[in-house]
Design a protein around this ligand. Structure first.
Ligand SMILES: *Cc1c(COP(=O)(O)O)cnc(C)c1O
Length: 465
C-alpha cells in the first residue's frame, strides 16, 4: 500500500494537478498560477496539507463531513461490505441488505408521513429525479399540465442540467443554455441585501407571497411543485425571516402543488434536528438528501417521499434510475454514520453544546467594523461584510472582490471559510468542541482584521452609491 505521508514534493503535485486536473467551479489557469493546496489527511475538524499545516475546516469539506474526519468505523464498514458484496443493482426486482436497512432507517428518521426512499449518488442526481418524479406524479393523477416547478433566485440545487435549472444561480444559467423549460424563479428571502426599508417580517411575508402571485400568473393547473432549501446554503447561508416559511406552507396547502424541501445541507443534524424542515416547521412532500447522510465518506443521496406520492407512483413503472442507486458500500457507510450520530447524541451536541456556543461567539462578530449582520442556524452561519452597517451598503468594488480577499486571508490563517459574494460562510463539522469553536472564532477575527487593513490600505472601504 502506498504511504500518503511519503508523497511527491508539493511543487510536483501542483504541476501534475495543473497539467491534468480540471477543477470544478474554477478557472483552471488561475488555479494553476496560484498553486493548489494539497490536502493529505484529516482528523476530527482538522485538515493537514502537504506542507504539514494544520487547517481548521470551517466548512466540513463541502458542508458534508458532519461527523468529522477520521472515523475508522466507517472505513471498517466499507471494507467489510466490499468483501461481502461490493456491488449489486436495485433494478429488476432485486435488492440487497444495506439498501433495505438504510431506506428503513431514513423512513424512521424522516417526518412521520414520509416512508419511501429513492436513491441517487448525490444531490444533483436526486433533484433530477425529483423533476421527473413530480411531473410523473401529476401525469398519473390525470393532471399532465402540471409541469412547472417554481424555485428561487440564488437557490442551489446541484450542477447537472436539471438541478442547475432548478437552482437560481445566474452565473450557472449563463453557461450551457440553462434553465430547461418549465422552471420558474421567484425572489429569495434575503432581507440584508434586498429588503430595502422593510422590516424583516414584512419582507419575509412579501417574498413568500411571490409564490402565490406566480401561481396566479402561471395557473395552478400548470404547476407541479415548489422547491426550496429550508436555509439557503451555497447562496450564502441566508436564514429567512420568521414570517417566510409559515406563509410558504400556507400557500402550498391552499393550492394543489407539491413542496420539495432540498435538505442536502440542512439534513442530518446541521440545524439541530434530523431535518431542517422540522427546524422551520414545514411538512414537505419530498425531501432531497445527500451530503451529511454519509458525512461524505461515500457519495450517496436521494429523495425521501411522502406516502401519498409514493402510493401514486407505485402503480406504474417509473422509468428512471441510476446504476449506483442504493450502492451497497455507500448505503452501509451511511447507515453506520447515522448509527454513530445517534449513539453519540450529535443532535444534542448541536442543540445544547456546540450550537449555543457558536451562536454566542458568531453573533459577537457584529462588533467588528466590517460585519453588518451575523446569521446562524445550528451549525451553519454567515456574516455579511459591509463598508457601512446602518445603510447595509455594498462595497463599491465588484461583488465578491472583498469576499475573496477575506477568504484568502482566512486560508492564510489556516481556517477554511467560504465566500459567497461579500458574505463569509461557515458550516463546521457537528462534532466541533467549544475549544475548537474558540479557535475558529479567533482565526475569523484575525482574518477580518487583516481584511479590514487591506481594504483601508487599498482605498476599498467605499460604499457603492
Ligand atoms: C450540494 C447541494 C446539492 C448538490 O449535491 P451534489 O451531491 O453536489 O450533486 C443540491 N442541493 C443543495 C441544497 C446542495 O447544497
Amino acid at each position: 500500500m502506498s504511504d500518503v505521508s511519503n508523497h511527491m514534493p508539493t511543487a510536483e503535485l501542483q504541476a501534475l494537478d495543473a497539467a491534468h486536473h480540471m477543477h470544478p467551479f474554477s478557472a483552471n489557469a488561475d488555479v494553476a498560477e496560484k498553486g493548489v493546496r494539497v490536502i493529505t489527511r484529516a482528523k476530527g475538524v482538522m485538515l493537514t496539507d502537504s506542507e504539514g499545516n494544520d487547517i481548521l475546516d470551517g466548512m466540513s469539506g463541502l458542508w458534508n463531513v458532519n461527523i468529522g474526519y477520521g472515523r475508522n468505523e466507517l472505513a471498517d464498514v466499507a471494507a467489510r461490505q466490499m468483501r461481502e458484496l461490493p456491488y449489486y443493482n436495485t433494478f429488476f426486482h432485486t435488492t440487497h441488505v444495506p439498501v433495505i436497512a438504510l431506506a428503513a432507517k431514513l423512513a424512521e428518521l424522516a417526518p412521520e408521513n414520509m416512508n419511501g426512499v429513492f436513491f441517487a449518488s448525490g444531490g444533483s442526481e436526486a433533484n433530477d429525479t425529483n423533476i421527473r418524479m413530480v411531473r410523473h406524479y401529476w401525469e398519473l393523477k390525470n393532471k399532465p399540465s402540471k409541469r412547472i416547478i417554481i424555485s428561487r433566485k440564488n437557490a442551489y440545487h446541484g450542477s447537472s442540467i436539471g438541478s442547475a435549472s432548478l437552482g437560481g444561480m445566474a452565473a450557472m444559467h449563463a453557461q450551457g443554455g440553462l434553465p430547461i423549460p418549465d422552471i420558474h424563479h421567484i425572489g429569495q428571502p434575503d432581507w440584508w441585501s434586498e429588503g430595502g426599508g422593510k422590516t424583516p417580517a414584512q419582507f419575509g411575508l412579501e417574498r413568500a407571497q411571490e409564490l402565490e402571485q406566480a401561481i396566479t400568473d402561471l395557473g395552478e393547473d400548470n404547476i407541479a411543485a415548489f422547491i426550496a432549501e429550508p436555509v439557503q446554503g451555497a447562496g450564502g447561508v441566508i436564514v429567512p425571516p420568521e414570517t417566510y416559511w409559515p406563509e410558504i406552507q400556507r400557500i402550498c396547502d391552499a393550492h394543489d402543488i407539491l413542496l420539495i424541501a432540498d435538505e442536502v445541507i440542512t439534513g442530518f443534524g446541521r440545524t439541530g434536528n434530523w431535518f431542517g424542515s422540522e427546524t422551520m416547521g414545514i411538512t414537505p412532500d419530498i425531501i432531497t438528501f445527500a451530503k451529511g447522510v454519509s458525512s461524505g465518506y461515500q457519495p450517496i443521496g436521494g429523495s425521501i417521499v411522502s406516502d401519498e406520492v409514493a402510493d401514486v407512483l407505485g402503480n406504474s413503472e417509473f422509468t428512471h434510475g441510476y446504476t449506483y442507486s442504493g450502492h451497497p458500500v455507500a448505503a452501509a457507510v451511511a447507515l453506520e454514520n447515522l448509527r454513530i450520530m445517534e449513539e453519540e447524541n450529535m443532535l444534542d451536541h448541536v442543540r445544547n453544546v456546540a450550537g449555543p456556543h457558536l451562536r454566542e461567539k458568531w453573533q459577537a462578530l457584529t462588533d467588528h467594523p466590517l460585519v453588518g449582520q451575523a446569521s446562524i442556524v445550528g451549525m451553519m452561519a454567515s456574516i455579511a461584510l459591509t463598508p457601512h452597517k446602518d445603510s447595509r451598503a455594498a462595497f463599491a468594488s465588484d461583488p465578491g472582490t472583498v469576499g475573496l480577499v477575506c477568504r484568502e486571508r482566512s486560508f492564510a490563517n489556516n481556517l477554511i471559510m467560504r465566500h459567497v459574494g461579500d458574505r463569509m460562510v461557515i458550516a463546521p463539522p457537528l462534532v466541533i468542541s467549544p475549544a475548537e469553536i474558540d479557535m475558529l472564532i479567533e482565526r475569523a477575527w484575525r482574518t477580518l482584521d487583516e481584511t479590514h487593513a487591506h481594504l483601508k490600505d487599498n482605498d476599498m472601504l467605499k460604499a457603492r452609491s
